[in-house]
Ligand binder design. Structure first.
Ligand code: SF4
Length: 458
């Protein structure tokens, strides 16, 4: 899925391979898997590989194909790997924060790759530093390595279980040691993690789209609080820590995950279509066409159009080759990015009553620009409908909306936002509409919509 702009930003994607045969080229499989997960993080990428005795790592800043050239992959021999793509949600955008993070301790050399944020990272790192730890990065993922190193346990699995008892927050983790790959998920299952299998390898990935990229067979979602360990001998999955009621991030369905992924049994595109259908039922409107805010609003816009009986068309062309607007650090740069990224198809929207469907609004800057562009292109009216409720509260679980001051819906009510973005109408999907359209029997995290956080915030 392409990233939009002015959107919540996903923190990371993880991927791991546990080959059962020495012929498995784990670095190449990880490359393909991370490529499929590129939407989850575009700032850095890394792969650590074990040949059974030595762990080698290559990581760098940029997109997966920018970080890895052919010779980089051939310099990573071995049938076990752990990989990571990152967008910084904690820690800065610096090479030392790129993952996997590698360290050597009593348990051997270990590489850790992490999706999610620990809410007690600050107190943990203070406590570790008071005990003499030297932290190499500002990424809270490094904390896992320190907890493993300080564990008195004799094997890595029980050291990980002990570490899980010290951390609070969201973590879908893949861990590589010389002879095994371990995957684990926090007790609330906030970020996704799936287990798959190829003929001679087990695969762990943030999303099923990465399994599909390798023609791997989906085995199952790793459950909240579960740990999977894959070695040459086979795969074991156990309940590492007791799980509470699941709190799967609802924005995985709304925006983060790729539309072809299946999360907890539900295809993301189909869920998004249902969000659009629910939105159309909540906001009956007379219009000539429904268009999407590309690309993340497309599935919901199709659902809206079908339910409303209004034709769907492509009203906005998007330049797919521009760098990620997210990465631009300043508001001014972000706004410049928007101008060259989107362009209305004037002959289509001129004199039309246009409905534009988007998945979410964070700051509202892009929404205002988009509405302005459609008006400049001659649209007679522009109604904007959003396939999620207003984001009013910060996220502390690995999504970059931690500054409440940046959230337009935390400052303004819907009428004021409508005026701010210059739309003729603005409607957000209701919370009930969202929950029933997502339709999972699993519990959801809705904290950025409701302010009810599934963990303590430390
Ligand atoms: S607070 Fe929002 S973005 Fe963060 S995990 Fe919960 S639902 Fe997802």
């Amino acid at each position: 899925m392409e990233r939009g702009f002015d959107k919540p930003r996903e923190g990371c994607g993880v991927f791991a391979v546990a080959g059962r045969s020495p012929s498995v080229a784990a670095s190449q499989l990880a490359y393909l898997g991370l490529f499929a997960l590129q939407h989850r993080g575009q700032e850095s990428a890394g792969i650590a590989v074990s040949d059974g005795t030595t762990i080698r790592i290559h990581k760098g800043m940029g997109l997966v194909p920018e970080v890895f050239k052919g010779e980089d992959l051939s310099g990573l021999p071995g049938c076990l790997s752990a990989g990571h793509v990152r967008y910084s949600t904690t820690g800065g955008s610096r090479l030392e924060n790129a993952q996997p993070i590698l360290g050597t301790c009593r348990l051997g050399t270990i590489a850790v790759a992490h999706n999610g944020n620990l809410v007690n990272a600050r107190s943990l790192s203070r406590a570790l530093q008071e005990e003499g730890a030297i932290l190499q990065s500002s990424s809270d993922s490094e904390l896992f390595l320190h907890l493993l190193a300080r564990s008195g346990r004799r094997d890595i699995e029980s050291a990980l279980i002990q570490s899980m008892q010290s951390v609070v927050g969201a973590y879908s983790l893949v861990v590589l040691s010389a002879d095994r790959v371990i995957a684990l998920r926090d007790p609330l299952g906030i970020r996704p993690l799936v287990v798959g299998e190829m003929e001679d390898a087990y695969i762990f990935a943030s999303e099923t789209c990465a399994l599909d990229a390798l023609n791997a067979r989906f085995i199952r979602d790793l459950g909240p609080g579960e740990m999977a360990c894959a070695t040459r001998e086979g795969l074991t999955i156990s309940q590492a820590v007791p799980s509470g009621k699941q709190a799967l991030c609802v924005f995985e369905f709304i925006y983060f995950a790729r539309p072809d992924s299946i999360i907890e049994g539900s295809n993301v595109h189909i869920v998004r279509k249902r969000l659009g259908e629910a939105l159309a039922r909540e906001y009956p409107v007379d219009a000539d066409m429904v268009i999407a805010a590309p690309d993340s609003g497309i599935s919901a816009a199709i659902g809206f159009a079908e339910a409303a009986g209004i034709p769907y068309d492509t009203g906005l062309a998007r330049n797919r080759y521009i760098g990620r607007t997210f990465i631009r650090p300043t508001q001014e740069m972000r706004e410049m990015g928007v101008k060259i990224k989107l362009n209305p198809i004037s002959d289509l929207v001129r004199d039309k009553r246009v409905v534009i469907v988007d998945d979410s609004i964070v700051r509202g800057t892009t929404s205002a620009k988009t509405v302005g562009m459609l008006r400049s292109a001659g649209a007679r009216s522009v109604h904007m409908y959003i396939a999620s409720p207003p984001i009013r509260f910060p996220c502390f679980y690995g999504i970059d909306t931690s500054d409440q001051g940046q959230l337009i819906a935390a400052q303004l009510d819907t009428g004021d936002i409508q005026r701010r973005i210059g739309a003729d109408g603005l409607g957000y999907l209701s919370l009930d509409g969202l929950i029933s359209a997502v339709g999972t029997s699993k519990g959801l995290c809705l904290a950025c919509l409701t302010g009810e956080y599934p963990t303590e915030l430390c």
